[in-house]
Design a protein around this ligand. Structure first.
Ligand code: ATP
Length: 612
């Protein structure tokens, strides 16, 4: 080795790099090892193939794999030729729970799955005759010699295959061409719903990878969100690349807000600046790119949303008065009957544009925010309930009816900020964003030109004392242990309870001690999930079931929870309302189980909070 021009880069080399990086503690060493890999072992034409495997979360070339844990488990079990009823297959299906051999990997699907593939590849367990055949064709732990180019082709096939049979066939191909260690890394590359994002957990940031690859890689990625383009344009790693501006049609990484604790800190940070304060909308960040008739809606993680482009295309064509532009804003839901923003549901989508990044043939991110607000006013003709602009003295603010709160304003002192913050909290909004009106818009910047201030927590008028009736196993660190609770309310006439799931709020120790106390009364809900004990009433049409039930209510413990006071009508659970962002405040060992809140009092509380 040592010559990076004549051999195709092997995946086994990358796996050694991954393993080494994961074991190594210091980030300097990790970085220099990666540097050496790129310098010595990776052919320039393989840069994209290699970097997309290290930063899978940034790769948009390949469609989604369409794999949920259950699908991947079934495909793997089939690819390995295991019986779906075998103990091993069941453990894979019930990967969240601790089984007899679950050990440290419980709760991490990829690692549990990898254990099986490990056994298969290494020949520890001849799980079935099919597997034995697979193993015969293989040579123990020797790498199948897969190149990273071939691996990417197989992963493309996995993503484009439309049914389980095809996916199973790709997986069995992969199993044949790899050894156990390689297969473990491949499974970690598959984005799964239980993991927030695909991450190999190498302990090295995307910034460092970009930096070692090329000094201009990060900047170029921020304005294009295109890993392939970055790897190809910067193939000559000694050649500097002129800073590129944003382009219509290429998503750009959004400007972000720095969190501050209170209005005073925020005001001090923006000392001497001209400041606008805006409502922090609780929707999804969206960039609208209009290029003639071509429209794209890009989310914060640069995914294209053609469904929005489709439903909003008439609005965009008629109300954006220039041919080409990029708008930055938030996508929300508008309740057409009530004429206000809605939580979610079948109402229509509305875009609130709070910034503009490109007009005609020019990027305008280098102009100051105050000027960009003026451009927004000129370029967008607001249309109530569909497309609004957020600018001080105008736009959305002009569309309020009397008594409605303002959506943004220029602040002249800290009291203005404080007052606006209070108003938004009373209006049950998420918080506020303060922006320096003299600042440029900078891709991916969180250095404090925008500051966000959110309430610590909105309390329901009084504590909600609810009873634990079930538990859910956690994943990751809390894999195999109950980490979330299903809680219920009393219904006095029938002594049934109505449930709702709550999770965060307790320290690890508090959680452990509740779980230890309740453990003797857990009744496991094996796959497929069984009906609840008859004390509990859950809606029949809901599939929502905890992993364990508490045998009977009198064995259980009361939790005091706080919750966002905006409640939502519950379709999942039997209670008439469900809570938003419920959080455990404390454990009430002192309260007997039958003193938990009852449904009637809960409904009254909701009504008094919602002013109905
Ligand atoms: P959070 O979880 O608090 O929303 P975040 O990490 O998603 O934070 P931040 O950069 O901290 O993102 O906050 C900016 C986000 O707030 C934007 O991505 C956008 O979705 C949202 N937002 C809502 N209203 C505004 C607004 N008026 N100006 C800018 N961003 C806004």
């Amino acid at each position: 080795m040592g010559d990076n021009t004549d051999t195709d880069t092997k995946f086994s080399v990358m796996c050694s790099l991954f393993t080494w990086m994961q074991k190594t503690k210091t980030s300097t060493k990790k970085r220099s090892k990666f540097r050496k890999f790129i310098d010595t072992y990776c052919k320039p034409c393989d840069y994209f193939s290699a970097i997309r495997l290290i930063l899978p979360g940034l790769d948009r070339e390949r469609g989604s794999y369409g794999l949920k844990e259950s699908v991947l488990a079934t495909c793997l079990v089939d690819a390995l030729g295991m019986s779906r009823e075998s103990e091993d297959a069941l453990r894979l299906f019930n990967w969240r729970k601790a089984g007899p051999r679950a050990g440290v990997n419980a709760g991490n699907f990829a690692l549990v799955a990898a254990e099986y593939v490990n056994w298969a590849n290494a020949g520890f367990h001849a799980i079935s005759s099919f597997l034995a055949q697979v193993l015969q064709r293989r040579q123990g732990m020797t790498s199948g010699g897969l190149t990273i180019k071939e691996l990417n082709e197989l992963l493309d096939r996995l993503a484009s295959s439309e049914n389980r049979a095809e996916k199973t066939s790709v997986l069995s191909d992969l199993i044949k061409k790899t050894n156990a260690q390689e297969m473990k890394w491949i499974l970690l590359l598959c984005p799964l719903p239980s993991l927030a994002n695909t991450d190999l957990k190498l302990g090295v940031s995307e910034k460092s990878i970009f930096h070692e690859f090329h000094p201009d890689a990060e900047d170029l990625f921020n304005v294009t969100c295109d890993l392939k383009l970055v790897c190809e344009k910067l193939r000559d790693r000694n050649q500097r690349h002129k800073r590129q501006d944003i382009e219509v049609g290429k998503p750009v990484r959004p400007q972000l807000a720095m969190r501050v604790g209170n209005a005073n800190t925020a005001w001090k940070k923006l000392h001497g600046k001209e400041v606008v304060v805006e409502c922090k909308f609780d929707g999804d960040r969206i960039q609208i790119h209009k290029n003639g008739k071509e429209i794209h809606f890009f989310s914060r993680n640069f995914l294209d949303h053609p469904e929005y482009a489709h439903s909003m295309s008439d609005v965009i064509m008629e109300n954006i008065l220039v041919d080409r532009c990029i708008l930055d804003g938030e996508m929300l839901v508008w309740d057409t009957s009530m004429n206000c923003f809605a939580e979610f549901g079948s109402n229509q989508e509305i875009d609130v544009a709070f910034d503009i990044l490109y007009v005609g043939d020019t990027s305008v991110i280098h102009q100051i925010l105050k000027e960009r607000h003026e451009l927004l006013r000129k370029v967008v003709k607001p249309i109530k309930g569909r497309l609004e602009i957020l600018v001080p003295n105008g736009g959305l603010n002009d569309h309020r009816t009397s008594g409605e709160p303002r959506w943004s304003l220029i602040a002249y002192n800290v009291d203005d900020v404080e007052r606006f913050f209070k108003e938004t909290i009373e209006n049950r909004d998420e918080g506020i964003v303060l922006k320096d009106l003299g600042s440029k818009w900078e891709p991916s910047d969180r250095s404090g030109k925008w500051l966000k201030l959110k309430p610590d927590y909105v309390r329901a008028g009084s504590d909600l004392d609810v009873l634990i009736i079930g538990g859910y196993y956690g994943s990751g660190r809390r894999g195999g242990e109950v980490a979330q609770f299903l809680v219920g309310l009393a219904e006095h006439s029938t002594s049934n309870t109505y449930p709702r799931r709550v999770g965060t709020g307790l320290s690890d120790e508090e959680l452990d001690s509740v779980v230890t106390k309740l453990k003797p009364y857990f009744r496991k809900n094996e796959y497929p999930k069984k009906a609840p004990p008859n004390f509990y009433q859950v809606t029949n049409n809901s599939k929502e079931r905890p992993d364990v039930w508490i045998e009977s209510p009198e064995k259980s413990i009361i939790l005091s929870i706080t919750s966002d006071i905006r409640t939502i009508r519950s379709e999942v659970f039997a209670a008439p309302y469900s809570l938003r962002f419920p959080r455990i405040d404390r454990v009430r060992y002192d309260k007997p189980w039958h003193e938990c809140l009852d449904v009637q009092s809960f409904v009254e509380l909701v009504h008094s909070n919602n002013g109905t």
